[in-house]
Design a protein around this ligand. Sequence first.
Ligand code: SF4
Length: 457
Amino acid sequence: MRADGAFVSVPEVTPALLSRYDVPGPRYTSYPAVPDWRGAFDHAAWAGHLAVLGTSAAPLALYVHLPFCASRCLYCGCNATVTTRAEVVDRYLTRLYRELDMLANAMGERAHVCEMHWGGGTPNFLTDRQCEQLFARLQDTFGIDARTECSVEADPRLVTREQLRTFRQLGFSRISYGVQDVDEAVQEAIGRVQPVSMVRDMVELARTEGFASLNLDLIYGLPRQTPGSFSRTIETALSMAPDRVACFGYAHVPWMKAHQKRIEESTLPRASERFALFRDAVRRFTNGGYRWIGIDHFARPEDPLSLAADAGRLHRNFMGYTTRSGEHLLGIGTSSISEIDGWFAQNAADLGPWQREIDAHRLPIARGHVMSDDDRQRGTAIAHLMCNAELPFDLFPGDIEPLVDAYEQCAADGLVRFESDRLTVTPLGRFFLRNLAFPLDAYRGAADGTRRFSRAV
Ligand code: SF4
């Protein structure tokens, strides 16, 4: 990889190396990962802790979860509810406003919101009226103003010009479309058919309506994907010139997501094929002028993500990669996750339990974790590794010798190099960043061979 982040050659891997690293593991959007949380507090303690938001100078980011979709995509790993009825959304929003009231009471003072993201589900399943009402309630509760960077996920199958106008008038400047794969056979296998012409029209419309930034989500490892079909997907994405591309690996976890059982496992690409698909994406996007960011993102060189990566200012939280450091993240709605001053909390994932908690006037958290000093140090080291592809030894708490031992196999496999003061990830190692965090993870143990996490390759 050249210093400017563009690839001049993409490494080959042997089957033996691939099978050594094709094991389950976290994506490290938090440390510890959610399945490792110890759940040490209840809703009252969480409410008490939120008072820190009233006095903290650190920026606040909001994530609003809108779980409704018109139909179920078979690969879906999100927390989503399929419905055709607008009144179901109204009932959800009524509860969401009560959650906002409880959060406002707990926070005391208003915190300024630097960033707000609406995710799902399908946020653009909401009607214009519902979007306007929700935005107004969020404005009433938090210090949302013209400085707040607002982004929204949208399903191109449902987008209309009026809807894009509404989002723009409300202040959304970033939009992300789910594309996944443009091949018809793949789209049929995943239960999500959307012609390329439709996506292209929606991309054009988003530009015409003035969105400053456009992201496309792709997924590799889907059923019936082949190098040829995915190559066409990459080519199509490049032709639309998005500012950012997220290229996620499909997580096949039918024991956690029952609808994935409808995907025939024999149609899924094998590990070596999955690796080849992603390697092709890295090659094509970097040769197409994009920077490879973290594990699975690509951004144009002038994009804030690329500038932050170049300057070593990239950070990682539950929303993915971000350019802001030390921010608090407050999640609202079912399954959303918060990270406030060393405390993690996740809301109840299912509508029923979430509603019941709100109706009982309790913040609807289902689990949480308070970071220890060791968690903070390891979390900082892991985040640095996931963002900067290096591990300065002074970030690692404790004795370095066992750590050097733990990375010996990785060094022998050509994934890392030992320098005098740090571990540097090689171009080949970039493909295994998740694996390279494992030696830093004190919670990693025997149970990781079970079905707690998706595969790292
Ligand atoms: S639109 Fe998105 S959230 Fe909804 S079912 Fe499909 S993948 Fe899941």
